[in-house]
Design a protein around this ligand. Structure first.
Ligand code: ADP
Length: 189
C-alpha cells in the first residue's frame, strides 16, 4: 500500500496538496481536521468535545483521535493507500499509527514535510480566516497552533528521519510544490 503522511505546520498547504495527490494516485484522503469539523457541524458529542480544543488552538486528546483513525483504517480495506493529513500530530499518535498499520501488514512509506516560513504561514491563515469562517483562523489562535506545532508535532520529524522516511519539500507555488511531490512519489512507485 502507498501510505503517505503529509506533514507540516498549520497553513503549510497539507489539505491543498492532499487533494491534488489523491486525484493523481487514487489514494484515500484522511484529514482529521475535516473529520472533526464535520462532527462540530453535526453537533455530535464528539464534535462538542473537539470544539473546546480546536477553538483554543489546542490538540484534541490522542486517545480520541487514534480511536477515530482505527475505525477508518478498519473500514477501508481494499484501497491503494491512505494519505494522512493532520495526523499524526504527536509522537504518541505516530507510534499508534505505526502499530495500527503493522497489524494490517503495511506501513507508512513516506512523510512529505511541507516547509514554509512562519511569516508566510501566518499571512495564509489570516487570509483563510477571512473566507473560511474557521473558529481557529484568528491571530490569537494561530499563535497557539504554531506553538503546539513546534512543541508537540515537530518532534515527529526526528522520528521519521530516523526511519529514513522524511522528505522535505519547499516550493513557491501550489504547482511547484505538487511537481516536487509527484517527482518524489513517481520515483518510489
Ligand atoms: P491546520 O493544520 O491548518 O491547523 P487541521 O484542519 O489539520 O488544520 O486541524 C485543525 C485543528 O483540529 C487542530 O488545531 C486540532 O485542534 C484539531 N486536530 C486535527 N487533527 C488532530 C490530531 N491528529 N490530533 C489532535 N488534534 C487534531
Amino acid at each position: 500500500m502507498l501510505n503517505i503522511v503529509i506533514f507540516g505546520a498549520p497553513g503549510s498547504g497539507k489539505g491543498t496538496q492532499s487533494e491534488l495527490i489523491i486525484r493523481k494516485y487514487e489514494l484515500k484522503h484522511i484529514s482529521t481536521g475535516d473529520i472533526l469539523r464535520k462532527e462540530i457541524e453535526k453537533h455530535s458529542e464528539l464534535g462538542l468535545l473537539a470544539d473546546k480544543y480546536i477553538s483554543k488552538g489546542e490538540l484534541v486528546p490522542d486517545e480520541l483521535i487514534v480511536g477515530i483513525l482505527g475505525t477508518i483504517l478498519d473500514e477501508n480495506k481494499k484501497i491503494k493507500g491512505f494519505i494522512f493529513d493532520g495526523f499524526p500530530r504527536t509522537l504518541k499518535q505516530g507510534e499508534a499509527l505505526d502499530k495500527m498499520l503493522r497489524e494490517k501488514d503495511t506501513s507508512v512509506v513516506a512523510v512529505l514535510n511541507l516547509s514554509v516560513e512562519e511569516n508566510e504561514l501566518i499571512q495564509r491563515l489570516l487570509k483563510r480566516g477571512e473566507i473560511s469562517g474557521r473558529s481557529d483562523d484568528n491571530m490569537e489562535t494561530i499563535q497557539s497552533r504554531l506553538d503546539v506545532y513546534r512543541n508537540q508535532t515537530e518532534p515527529l520529524k526526528e522520528y521519521y528521519k530516523k526511519q529514513g522516511k522524511l522528505i522535505t519539500i519547499k516550493g513557491d507555488t501550489i504547482e511547484d510544490v505538487f511537481e516536487k511531490i509527484t517527482d518524489t512519489l513517481d520515483r518510489m512507485l
